[in-house]
Write a protein that binds this ligand. Structure first.
Ligand SMILES: *[C@@H]1O[C@H](CO)[C@@H](O)[C@H](O)[C@H]1NC(C)=O
Ligand SMILES: *[C@@H]1O[C@H](CO)[C@@H](O)[C@H](O)[C@H]1NC(C)=O
Ligand SMILES: *[C@@H]1O[C@H](CO)[C@@H](O)[C@H](O)[C@H]1NC(C)=O
Length: 460
């Protein structure tokens, strides 16, 4: 009798303990989309948005040894990062760092356990919220808001995009603070540091989308937004798209471009790709891959300086190559499809009239030539020959041009010939007997003439 009594007590006790454990577990999962004041993430800890669309934590891109705080798709099995906090300040060991909502000034910061100085911060002057909390939304937006009044948001990751524009996020600028929301490409597939390409709305407060290279060179533009047709003037094909609703809003406070999805279950993103192209990707679960429905500029060789200094975008193969006598500056980057670092000489110039010239036919000469007042082909050559600062010359339309720095945007070379001849100065040993351009590893994926239409899908 006694033993039966004891066992039932034990049973009751274990049920109670089990319940308590379950309760605390449930409590934890329900709170796991937020970081409260004083809370932090470290090592492999993450938070997950309410319906499980997105996850935030430390990640490591590909084979890189560097770690970053980022947001990625929880429901996409291929690591796809949509936002990076410390993109220019990687860390090595996430277990000695914490991503925390600091009690001191209410900023969200990335801190080393040994140092009090964050390497990344939301940089708010003051945080006067009653109950500050950081919440990861199912739209992929990380917001710093007042827990007691969630509509009061004082910082959000959507205002500081990395290279990805998610549905509902804005690409634009504030007319009050002049703050810009723009996308900046990654440096390479495994390095989220700021690359050379920016995608933004409205330089000079116009309502057109543009891509800049090196923050200064405009390499693509969409034309002005037409509110009636809901398209940009150079992109009439936007009208044929039934999956996205595009919009440009301009009011007294701000101007921005954004889009939404007609099918809410679709997973899609716009990216300022390392190829210098804007790409719209849609996740195709059945194929387990991202499909690019939309690419601009359509052709890789139209992207400004895509092959970097002394690189050449071959219009026949749609690949980056190095000019003869040159090799990729960083083979690692080229293998990661980042060719914008360009090429470097196999052999340094000697510069005592010991170098030679290689003639290359081109349909377009490199950018930024200089125009010395020389009007004869022979004089043009000997001027370049005798000047160490001259690395190439061309004699075009009875005028001499020479180049003293990197040759960039030389992207029109066709082995079959072209209207102009560039004479490239090379060390004598690097001059091949028969001129040929050596093919180097393939850079960013080629995108020829892809359009909005579903019929012309392209894998990423
Ligand atoms: C910007 O606007 C100013 C004044 O309207 C104009 O002079 C300038 O050319 C514009 N710049 C560009 C890049 O459109
Ligand atoms: C890139 O931009 C910087 C700063 O604006 C400028 O000094 C430099 O000349 C640019 N580089 C090229 C190759 O245009
Ligand atoms: C502009 O901002 C002010 C202040 O935040 C707000 O009251 C107003 O509704 C905004 N106007 C528009 C058109 O968004």
């Amino acid at each position: 009798m006694d033993t039966i009594k004891n066992t039932s007590w034990l049973f009751l006790l274990s049920v109670l303990v089990f319940c308590c454990i379950m309760c605390s577990k449930l409590h934890l999962t329900s709170a796991a989309d937020a970081i409260s004041l004083g809370d932090s993430l470290t090592g492999d800890q993450t938070i997950i948005s309410k319906d499980g669309n997105f996850e935030l934590g430390f990640f490591k891109p590909g084979k890189s040894q560097n770690h970053y705080i980022g947001i990625w798709y929880k429901k996409v099995s291929l690591q796809t990062v949509v936002w990076v906090a410390n993109r220019d300040a990687p860390i090595l060991d996430p277990s000695s760092w914490k991503f925390t909502l600091s009690g001191g000034n209410g900023n969200l910061v990335l801190l080393n356990s040994l140092s009090r100085t964050p390497i990344w911060s939301t940089h708010l002057d003051s945080n006067t919220l009653n109950t500050p909390e950081v919440v990861l939304g199912d739209d992929g937006n990380l917001v710093l808001r007042d827990g007691s009044n969630p509509s009061v948001v004082i910082w959000q990751s959507f205002d500081y995009p990395t290279d990805t524009l998610l549905p509902g996020a804005k690409l634009g600028f504030s007319k009050i603070t002049n703050q810009i929301q723009q996308l900046t490409s990654w440096r390479s597939r495994e390095d989220p540091a700021k690359g050379p390409y920016n995608w933004l709305l409205g330089p000079n407060r116009t309502s057109q989308l543009v891509i800049y290279w090196n923050k200064s060179e405009e390499i693509w533009k969409s034309g002005e937004w037409n509110e009636k047709s809901k398209t940009f003037s150079f992109l009439p094909e936007m009208r044929l798209n039934y999956e996205f609703k595009f919009n440009v809003i301009s009011n007294i406070n701000e101007s921005y471009f954004s889009y939404s999805l007609n099918d809410k279950s679709m997973i899609a993103r716009f990216v300022m790709d390392i190829s210098g192209q804007i790409k719209e990707f849609t996740w195709l679960e059945s194929k387990h891959e991202w499909i690019a429905l939309y690419v601009q500029p359509k052709r890789l060789c139209d992207v400004y300086s895509i092959c970097g200094p002394f690189g050449n975008c071959n219009q026949d193969t749609w690949k980056c190559e190095c000019l003869p006598g040159f090799v990729p500056r960083s083979l690692t980057d080229w293998n990661l499809q980042d060719s914008t670092g360009g090429c470097t000489r196999k052999t340094l110039l000697q510069c005592e009239n010991k170098d030679g010239f290689l003639s290359i036919t081109a349909s377009k000469l490199p950018d930024m030539p200089r125009f010395p007042p020389i009007y004869g082909a022979k004089d043009c050559k000997s001027a370049c020959e005798s000047s160490c600062g001259c690395i190439a010359y061309a004699f075009v339309n009875n005028g001499c041009r020479y180049w003293g720095e990197d040759l960039i945007n030389f992207n029109q070379f066709k082995p079959s010939g072209g209207p102009a001849i560039l004479n490239l100065k090379l060390a004598a040993t690097d001059i091949p007997s028969t001129p040929s351009i050596s093919s180097s590893p393939t850079p960013a994926s080629t995108a020829q003439g892809k359009s909005y239409l579903r019929s012309s899908r392209q894998s990423s």
